[in-house]
Design a protein around this ligand. Structure first.
Ligand SMILES: NC(=O)c1ccc[n+]([C@@H]2O[C@H](COP(=O)([O-])OP(=O)(O)OC[C@H]3O[C@@H](n4cnc5c(N)ncnc54)[C@H](OP(=O)(O)O)[C@@H]3O)[C@@H](O)[C@H]2O)c1
Length: 337
């Protein structure tokens, strides 16, 4: 039975520091029937991403800001309830820009049908979703991963980091992850087969910890965090080393930013540091998903999902990312499949 209300979470005010429930408000609207070119969808899983904190700033830089009073922008997976788009029918499962709402009416642009032979709905919001694709294109294409690389990954127990590290392990690299706390570090070494893990919360000196993990230096640093770990990795980067600038969560909501001083070392090391946005690769998502699906089915690749219950959990979920309270790719479950 189709409910007749669309519950939404809208941006109420822009944050200072970490964003959370105070920055959002709930609203309820009647369902909007789709017009030509549109789909009415029931959201099942919605994503919670660190980038959302950037999107609700006044000037995010690379995408338009979410306007005050608008539904919070979010990707997700859902089920088509009504379709005015050729090729989509009620009952189809889709991935698209659903926003934080239970029953969005969306255009077909940026929406695609899920091929459930590749993985389950949970796989599609997790290891087949854009968080995992970020790791895939970031470490392989931007990072030019090769089998003999010594690879350091920060934010290693999170959604992107655990995939980036596993992709490098599957290639045959020596991989060390940086994560907060003994439980996350044990997860990396015991369950994901990382060669070692650095607990950045317990280490007095990150530069020394990186040096002892990689006495010969780091070839490839996949950075989700920025700040002090970036400083340490720059110091221990090998000649022709690469730094993939995926994210800088330690700086995104920080009151005071860490001043990285070691960038000059890139010159003598003939090294490079490069940023990217996953959507740069959206023409190649299928290629990555085919590969990931095979590795999921063979059991060589895992991803831990952290599932929050109910749309209303989303705003607090956003703050959890910045407080190290998530264990794996963070999503909200809005409805049963
Ligand atoms: N370039 C792109 O296209 C793209 C796309 C998606 C995501 N990203 C970036 O990728 C990174 C990871 O995203 P995700 O979705 O996978 O999130 P996530 O890693 O699952 O969650 C965030 C994690 O960041 C760590 N963290 C938070 N504050 C920190 C701090 N001050 N210092 C060190 N670590 C801190 C926490 O892990 P600990 O418990 O280990 O502290 C937390 O669990 C983010 O920087 C995000 O912006 C980039």
């Amino acid at each position: 039975m189709i409910q007749n209300a669309n519950r939404q979470i809208r941006l109420k005010q822009r944050p200072d520091g970490i964003a959370g429930p105070d920055n959002f408000e709930e609203a309820v609207e009647p369902l909007r029937q789709p017009e030509d070119g549109e789909l009415l969808v029931e959201s099942i899983y919605l994503s919670i991403d660190p980038a959302m904190r950037v999107w609700i700033d006044e000037n995010p830089g690379y995408v338009p800001a979410v306007e005050i009073g608008s539904v919070m922008r979010a990707g997700g997976v859902g089920r088509v309830l009504e379709s005015r788009v050729p090729g989509f029918a009620p009952g189809d499962y889709i991935q698209g820009r659903l926003g934080w709402q239970t029953h969005p009416t969306i255009t077909a642009e940026g929406t695609h049908k899920l091929d459930l032979s590749l993985g389950s709905l949970e796989d599609w919001i997790g290891p087949l979703g854009t968080t995992a694709l970020t790791a895939w294109f970031g470490i392989r294409d931007v990072g030019a991963l090769s089998a003999d690389d010594f690879v350091l990954v920060s934010g290693a127990a999170g959604g992107v980091g655990q995939m980036a590290g596993q992709f490098a392990k599957l290639e045959g690299c020596r991989v060390v992850g940086v994560a907060g706390g003994p439980e996350k570090c044990r997860y990396l070494t015991d369950e994901l087969n990382f060669d070692a893990a650095i607990d950045y919360k317990a280490e007095a000196d990150l530069a020394t910890a990186v040096a002892s993990a990689f006495p010969e230096g780091v070839d490839l640093f996949f950075d989700n965090v920025g700040g002090e770990i970036l400083e340490a990795a720059l110091l221990h980067l090998r000649s022709k080393g690469r730094i993939v600038m995926c994210g800088r969560i330690s700086q995104t909501a920080a009151e005071e930013r860490y001043g990285v001083t070691n960038t000059g070392l890139l010159i003598g090391k003939r090294a490079r540091m490069q940023g990217f946005i996953v959507s740069d690769y959206n023409g190649r998502y299928d290629e990555a998903r085919q590969w990931i699906s095979k590795k999921l089915k063979s059991g060589e690749l895992k991803q831990r999902l952290h599932v929050l219950d109910g749309l209303e959990a989303a705003p607090d979920g956003l703050s959890m990312l910045f407080r190290s309270q998530n264990t794996g790719k963070l999503v909200v479950k809005v409805a049963d499949a």
